[in-house]
Design a protein around this ligand. Sequence first.
Ligand code: NAD
Ligand code: DAU
Length: 376
Amino acid sequence: MKNGGKNILITGGAGFIGSHVVRLFVNKYPEYHIYNLDKLTYAGNLANLKDIENSPNYTFLKGDICDYEAVKEIFRKYDIGYVIHLAAESHVDRSIKDPFIFARTNVIGTLTLLQAAREWWNCSLALRKKSQEENDGCFSRDENGNIGHLFYHISTDEVYGALKPGDGYFTEDTKYDPHSPYSASKASSDHFVRAFGDTYGMPVIVTNCSNNYGPYQFPEKLIPLFINNIRYNKPLPVYGKGENIRDWLYVVDHARAIDVIFHKGEPGDTYNIGGFNEWKNIDLVRLLIKVTDKALGRPEGASAGLITYVTDRAGHDLRYAIDSSKLKRSLGWEPSLQFEEGLEKTVRWYLEHQEWMDHVTSGAYLSYYKEMYGGE
Ligand code: NAD
Ligand code: DAU
């Protein structure tokens, strides 16, 4: 299917952040066709996209980013011009238990997509040199100066390692120092993406974002897990002393940043995305209890007794803090929501979508997909 090159492959679109990116692009850009390639692992859930699943500019493709032949065929059949790559194994605790799948999906999967894109877009060192002279090859631009191809890789602030309180922020120049198998696999995939830019002249962008929160997040992650546990009066397992610090960003603001960077970012560049919104875990948990108790009509602090300190995560990074001033300065993006507002919205969403939560926690959606699409 030809669409003037505006066929975008979004990988991992059935996951948490991917579903917000797919929704934004499908609704905002009817002139683009969005192909959502997702394997539907435990973290992929098509219920996240119910509202746009019948849109004429949207197609879901069930598949594995590690399957080179299948990925090549997708580029050919749908004439993919752009990639926004989010598919990944994303949970640090799982990477500690089973690092292999993280290397497979995050490293080999990214490399597979890069190779398929390189082949379809005709990127080569020779073409790169030619393109600089003749505006040809994978660096071609249209009459409005828009780049003809882009491989946009969505990455994480965890690749930069850990800061101490008072250490300042991660900038785009901070040296990589990943500690968990998850962050090591993401760092490796970032390096492959940049290597394809340097070696084959592929137009690539990498962005490194802080912790996201909001609707449709799988309830293994801190915020949705704790909202659900508060609701059912279950323990809230705080790792270690709850002293670790994370920088939180509302997921729709991340999707807005991806939109701006996709359209206006400089190929070859890196952008940090974050909310300048650092919270010590224990303070965040206390705020979450306050907001959730209020939404449930319970007296303030009624659920505070659910806090349970448990064994710390192995290699638990103390602090992440992202400096996203380059993105604000160069492309004008900044978060639209204050944290308390975003958290209240998020708590309300989970409490009003208990059916979604029950479906996910029971695993019912997995057997439903197996019936519909086959596979594991
Ligand atoms: P998620 O776990 O919610 O979703 C991942 C999606 O990828 C799922 O739909 C899953 O089915 C799909 N997937 C996994 N393996 C696949 C494969 N082999 N082939 C095709 N699809 C596959 O993840 P998320 O939290 O939405 O994160 C999305 C991306 O953003 C990841 O690359 C992650 O590293 C990055 N990121 C996440 C955060 C965060 O706070 N969640 C912050 C910064 C960056
Ligand atoms: O920083 C960006 C990263 O944020 C993303 O790259 C990852 O994909 C995403 O999962 C997230 O990683 P974290 O490990 O920071 O998120 P998580 O929600 O698992 O944990 C947040 C903090 O809360 C972390 O310090 C560990 C702690 N925690 C987490 C859980 C699940 C607890 O204390 N108890 C818990 O039960």
